[in-house]
Design a protein around this ligand. Structure first.
Ligand code: AMP
Ligand code: MG
Length: 312
């Protein structure tokens, strides 16, 4: 299959037409690039799993064109509506009791569905033109680094999908926060741009075991092929080693990526996956990642680094 790289209003029209025909289109969102398919078309959704080589046990996030779909696809229990009014459109995914209209392949047979409304103007144009919910996990092969530009998507899925809609680099650069909304509280299933501090203003943050599992929470994910270790970078190990530094480079490394010279966590998050991908392609023996302070967005960044370092 030839993969077309398109942009602009024509690209938006082509992407919406492919979705309507039950085909795939890679689309920009404010977090990472998504691999979109019509969420109400089970065959189209199956193509996502096929192209990504994603296990069917890992459910898909559904992007809705407007809030009316919140009621159509789910039961907005607890503070779900308040969260939608506050953080949508934006990088928050809510896991809610599902309606019968959601195909089983989308939820991996679970009785919950994950919903989000993207703030990316190009994604919104496609969603409006298509007029239906779009299932869209990150547009990478399963377990690999999430793509934050159209070129990354091409690197991952060239020949496996018909079209990539280029909307420029993603502004957040890490995946959405996923929160399971329950009657009396919230469970954070994946840390992301909307922080625990922000969510705790709406309902108590629950911890401990829950019926709602986040099957995508494998220990190893977002992984480069080059072994990555989180460590104090001050003494470079022997060999051709790359450094993923937070603020400042250290001498003695073959390749260095600094996430944010000013120590700005937002900038660091937005550059994380592109920096990992560049180091991964630099023919290194290993990558050392400097630990990031774990407050605010730093929690989400460290969660990604630990998964990139895990080897199973
Ligand atoms: P992504 O691959 O970034 O689109 O993330 C999808 C992740 O969202 C999955 O791997 C799950 O962890 C989570 N998710 C999606 N749907 C559900 C659901 N119905 N219940 C719980 N978690 C979900
Ligand atoms: Mg993903």
């Amino acid at each position: 299959m030839k993969t077309l790289l398109v942009s602009g209003p024509d690209g938006v029209r082509q992407a919406a037409a492919l979705l309507a025909a039950g085909e795939l289109a890679a689309l920009p969102t404010e977090t990472v690039y998504g691999l979109g398919a019509s969420a109400l078309d089970p065959i189209a959704c199956a193509r996502i799993f096929e192209a990504k080589q994603r296990p069917l046990s890992d459910p898909l996030i559904v992007h809705i064109p407007d809030e009316s779909w919140l009621y159509r696809l789910a039961d907005p229990v607890g503070c779900a509506l308040d969260l939608a009014l506050t953080f949508w459109p934006g990088p928050l995914t809510m896991v809610l009791p599902r309606s019968a209209e959601v195909p089983d392949i989308v939820t991996s047979g679970q009785d919950t569905v994950a919903l989000r409304r993207s703030a990316h103007p190009v994604f919104q144009q496609v969603a409006t033109a298509f007029g239906q919910p779009i299932a869209a996990p990150s547009a990478n092969r399963f377990g690999r680094i999430s793509p934050t530009s159209a070129a990354h998507v091409l690197e991952e899925l060239d020949g496996a999908i018909p079209l990539i809609l280029d909307g420029g680099p993603c502004s957040h650069g890490i995946e959405s926060t996923i929160v399971a909304v329950e009657e009396h509280g919230l469970r954070i299933l994946r840390h992301g741009p909307i922080t625990e501090e922000q969510l705790s203003a709406f309902a108590p943050i629950l911890s401990g075991s829950s019926d709602i599992a986040a099957p995508g929470n494998l220990k190893s994910h977002y992984a480069p092929r080059t072994p990555l270790t989180i460590a104090d970078p001050s003494t470079p190990p022997p060999g051709r080693i790359g450094l993923l530094a937070f603020t400042a480079p250290v001498d003695g490394y073959a390749e260095v990526e600094c996430l944010s010279p000013d120590g700005d966590l937002r900038e660091a998050a937005s550059r994380l996956f592109a920096a990992m991908r560049r180091l991964d392609n630099a023919g290194l023996d290993a990558i050392i990642a400097e630990p990031i302070p774990e407050s605010g967005l730093g929690v989400a960044i460290m969660e990604r680094l630990r998964k990139a370092a895990a080897r199973e």
